[in-house]
Design a binder for this molecule. Structure first.
Ligand code: GLA
Length: 731
């Protein structure tokens, strides 16, 4: 890994064993993008951007050369209204409202390691040898504004991360209206564009389309990342598939409103941007103040989508997720939600716990309904005291009883919300996100607490700490069940344009406090399922509830999409009852198990209603999973067959680091009469090794990967599955 500035070519070259990223300085003032992709040894000549006198392409004031225009230059961080008509990277105004956007190249520094991003989640290094950072300073000398473009390259990952720090060194306040975390102009547009739109119950659908002229946007204006889009996008070559071809992936480490843009310009260049959504954003930057944007991870792979995904999995597992649970095997849990919903008593929970313990389950999670006077979703959010009608002996007694059964105890919270029917709301009706004077929209009959205000966060934090200090709690499910509307704050010092971002900063501050004060607690993030499944939350909570949709067939698509960017160890997946509560579908217990075992296995049903044969099957699933979960949660994961290809099947494989053991899952979604034979090639194995399959067959890694094996022709019926374990043996 190295970062070199070459005076002759006026280029910065960031490289490691996988990738190169090259930035050039043009006309001493402008940063152009020269190259990003497979590693090159050296940059030999200055930027050769084709200069041409193009009609209607303006030339900067001080440049006489009509061949130079910002309208066509491939740039690194473009300005607004200064002759580049594509989407801009930043906009700020002075006190009079005048746009003041002349940020020009000024200087740079290169250092080992990586700085922390104050108050924001970010990738980190444990030693300075793991990464190098380039910081390029841009300056607007009229207004004293500086922007520091930060680029980090890692020793062991095909990844560059970027973010920007604005600094007002002038004497007047400036107002930032747009501050993208990164912008890049790729020299051509011969790509497919992959994005992950979704909705509640069908998160992260894979949408691949040809990239065409125009501006393609994905965003959130919902206060958080939301189910609607993932702050991730990929550009891949037309022939790129799961196994080969170039893939560029971009992911924003942030949990708030975001914007992703892909613009193909008139000359077939492609601009990609990610950052905070400017829609509701306006940040007053006083004299001497700084503003730090969130970080973007940019990965390059020539090993197709699986290669791209592995680079995100490895980076997030090793340099984003933190704390004691980072590499710890995740417990098999039972969650009572789909088993009881709000309708439970202490006795019912203890009965469920009794049977769960017998089945080998390790963690009992008590979901919504244990606090205030919560019998439905109309009341009590904000009142975090135990509901004695349901739990007359309190939480401590329940937790002790569950621990006595040999299980850990986990609890659901939805700390960011308030019900109008709550003591908290009655005492502080102005503590919610709202615009004074404008009627408030409700979502699930609740309001969002104004976490941009410290006193609001402190109140909730002290309520939570009162419980955590008294009750032994091993796990918290942190939920968030509506989107923000009427974005505003009753606190006069918080400007409307700052509320959304200050909210997220406040949330991060509170999470940092909790995860450092209670390092043993395993946190699982949730937002109506996977509505806030983003790398920002992953920095605090190593797991996320992937989706409220627990139907096995639906989960194949959801987990397939989620695996594109998130490591398996982060993915909560549960076996639930049939007919499924979300789609009313029946699928075999085996298939439900095989889908849930492809993530962090849990159960979400009323175990007291299981028949003896079902209990036996569950016991077997759990004991099998325990012996392989390290491989599944922390091994290498490869997608083989997509549920999106004619909705007929899905297959994936988990391989351990040494390629000694592999677990292959095949799912038959819809069966066909007299179906054609199908050979399936494995991937990720060692071609030099010989493997024994658990059905007794012995085959070489090369045979399994290049020739493949037939799918089981006797697997008949819809929603059925097979699992094959492979162990390498002496040949
Ligand atoms: C959300 C979660 C569910 C459950 C309910 C409880 O929808 O995603 O898993 O916790 O809230 O109200």
């Amino acid at each position: 890994m190295n970062i070199v500035y070459d005076q002759n070519t006026q280029t910065f070259h960031l490289s490691n064993k996988f990738v190169s990223y090259v930035i050039a300085v043009e006309e001493d003032k402008y940063l152009s993008h020269y190259y990003w992709g497979k590693k090159i040894k050296q940059v030999h000549s200055p930027s050769d951007y084709p200069r041409k006198d193009r009609a209607f392409a303006p030339n900067p004031d001080h440049i006489q050369d009509r061949h130079f225009s910002l309208a066509t230059l491939p740039q690194e961080y473009s300005g607004t209204d200064i002759g580049d008509f594509r989407v801009s990277s930043y906009t700020y105004t002075d006190i009079t409202g005048l746009r003041a956007n002349h940020l020009n190249y000024h200087g740079y520094s290169i250092f080992n390691g990586k700085k922390t991003l104050q108050g924001l989640p970010h990738t980190y290094v444990k030693s300075e040898q793991e990464a190098m950072t380039l910081e390029i300073q841009l300056i607007d000398s009229n207004h004293g504004m500086s922007a520091f473009l930060q680029y980090t390259i890692f020793e062991d990952h095909p990844v560059v991360t970027r973010s920007v720090r604005f600094q007002n060194n002038g004497e007047e306040a400036l107002s930032i209206k747009r501050a993208m975390s990164m912008s890049i102009d790729l020299p051509d547009s011969n790509y497919d564009f992959i994005q992950f739109p979704g909705a509640w119950g069908r998160e992260r659908e894979v949408l691949r389309s040809s990239l065409v002229r125009g501006i393609h946007t994905l965003d959130s204006k919902r206060g958080t990342t939301s189910h609607t889009y993932q702050p991730f996008l990929a550009l891949v070559r037309k022939d790129t598939d799961e196994f080969s071809g170039e893939a560029y992936g971009f992911h924003l480490i942030y949990s708030g409103e975001f914007l992703g843009n892909v613009e193909v310009d008139s000359f077939s260049q492609t601009r990609v941007q990610l950052g905070i959504n400017p829609e509701h954003f306006e940040w007053k930057l006083g004299a001497g103040e700084t503003f730090q944007t969130p970080e973007v991870v940019m990965s390059y792979s020539e090993e197709g989508l699986n290669g791209m995904s592995r680079s995100f999995h490895e980076l997030y597992q090793n340099k984003l997720i933190r704390g004691k649970h980072q590499y710890r095997e995740r417990p098999v849990l039972i969650n009572n939600w789909e088993g009881t919903y709000f309708n439970f008593t202490e006795e019912k929970i203890l009965n469920m716990a009794e049977i769960s313990a017998e089945l080998g389950i390790e963690l009992f999670v008590l979901d919504d309904g244990w606090f205030g006077k919560r019998d439905d979703d109309y009341s009590s959010l904000g009142d975090w005291t135990v509901y004695k009608n349901k739990l007359p002996n309190g939480l401590k007694a329940l937790s002790d009883a569950i621990h006595k059964k040999g299980m850990k105890f986990g609890l659901w919270f939805e700390p960011e919300m308030v019900s109008e029917d709550s003591d908290l709301y009655r005492s502080h009706p102005d503590w919610c996100i709202h615009t004074p004077g404008i009627p408030k929209s409700r979502g699930r009959s609740q309001l969002v607490l104004d976490f941009s205000r410290k006193e609001v966060r402190d109140n909730i934090l002290s309520q939570m700490k009162a419980i955590l200090d008294e009750v032994p709690i091993d796990y918290i499910k942190w939920d968030y069940n509506r989107n923000m509307t009427e974005l505003g704050s009753a606190a006069p010092e918080i400007m409307p344009g700052e509320v959304a971002h200050r909210y997220i900063l406040g949330l991060y501050e509170m999470l940092e406090d909790l995860v450092t004060t209670y390092p043993d607690i395993l946190f699982e993030s949730c937002s109506g399922g996977g509505g806030r499944y983003d790398p920002g939350m992953l920095y605090y909570m190593p797991q996320t509830w992937t989706s409220d949709n627990t139907d096995a067939a639906s989960r194949l698509e959801i987990q397939y999409g989620t695996s594109m960017m998130f490591p398996i160890s982060s993915m909560g997946s549960h076996v639930s009852d049939v007919p499924n509560h979300q789609v009313n579908r029946y699928s075999s217990l085996e298939m439900r198990g095989h889908v849930a075992m492809s993530g962090n296995l849990g159960y979400e049903l009323d175990v007291t209603k299981l028949t003896e044969p079902e209990k036996e099957a569950v016991r077997e699933q759990i004991s099998w999973y325990k012996s392989y979960r390290k491989l599944i949660q922390f091994g290498n994961f490869y997608r083989i067959l997509s549920p999106y290809d004619n909705k007929q099947h899905t297959a994936w494989i988990f391989v351990d680091q040494n390629k000694e053991t592999a677990i292959y899952f095949y799912y038959q979604i819809i069966d066909k009469a007299n179906k054609p034979s199908k050979i399936l090639k494995m991937t990720g194995l060692d071609s030099e090794k010989t493997y024994q399959l658990d059905d007794g067959r012995i085959l070489g890694g090369d045979e399994l990967m290049y020739r493949g094996i037939y799918l089981d022709p006797d697997l008949s019926g819809d929603y059925k599955s097979r699992c094959i374990v492979l162990h390498s043996i002496e040949s």
